[in-house]
Design a protein around this ligand. Sequence first.
Ligand code: FES
Ligand SMILES: [Fe+2]
Length: 364
Amino acid sequence: MPLVTTTETGVPIQGPSATLIYDDWYPALRMDALRGGKLATAMLLGIPLVLGRRKDGRVFAMRDSCPHRGIPLSVGWFDGERVTCRYHGWEFEPCSGQCAVIPSLSSHDHLDATRIYATAYPCEERDGHAWVFIPSPGSGKLALGAQPAVPELQKFGPRYRTAFLTADLPCNVDHGIIGLMDPAHGPFVHQAWWWRTRGSIREKTKKFEPIAEGFRMSAHAPSGNSAPYKLLGVYGQPVETTIDFVLPNRRTEIIRCGEKWFSSLTTVTPVTASTCRIDVVAAWNVFYRVPFVLPIAKFFGAKFVRQDQVTMIQQAEGLKHNPSLMLIDDADKPAKWYFALKQARLDGTGKHPMDGPVELHWRS
Ligand code: FES
Ligand SMILES: [Fe+2]
């Protein structure tokens, strides 16, 4: 169950839209939504989807639109093998989208139903999410398996606990992403006794290095002024954190302390060109045996995500009027890298904005 679900008002606030990155994987929904052979809908990059799980376990995602006359397939029927349109009863195999039956065809018809396809997208389950590969518009039918690997949360052993959080953000994906990598908002947005206070602001120096289609905040001892990190110190070994950002939208954070680890994957997914959703999946073996750690972690995690969400709802109010904005050095440098990496992907140049490792300085 998502802990944080929608905007304060429930009304999407439209701001300026972002260019979208196609030909990549995005998380569509939690697998729980498909339990009991149910169909569920989702929206990715402005495309309405219907998802389900076949009897044999395979998950599928189709455009939620019948190729006959456009009624959503999600209002039809699913028997675990085929999706049946509720308007004229056409039946589709949902992984390929191939039509199997057109009930109205008579002995006088020569139409071969199996030559008709509903749009189906590559769909895979990872870490409790159904991930969907969204190709560029008009790129035709896709061969399954021709895509890059599905993103996955890193785990460092067989025994771990997991948690998941989500929040809808009423801003475009670019604002969601640069908000995610922004180091300077912490002491203001996440002010809390258990995290950090304004008074604890101090100068930081962090090393960054280029990685394929992204950048890494090199392994470092995490900021000593945050309580959860202090807690990790109880194991008496050095704590090391590595944070990566990789296009189109993925931030991974790995904290290791001897045998103990915490790993998270945060994605900011375009729902439409002007709205997005943040999803966090995390796994850890820290305090594995301690009861109540999971609910406590969920509570604090939800509070943290909620603080970002509220801030972005407020920001969206301001962005409605299309103000001119600025990015400053060094605190906004990761945002600048993000925009440059995205442009390089869109232009197909593969040009990386960083020539090598750099040090950034800011106060937070
Ligand atoms: S609209 Fe779906 S079968 Fe006609
Ligand atoms: Fe934040």
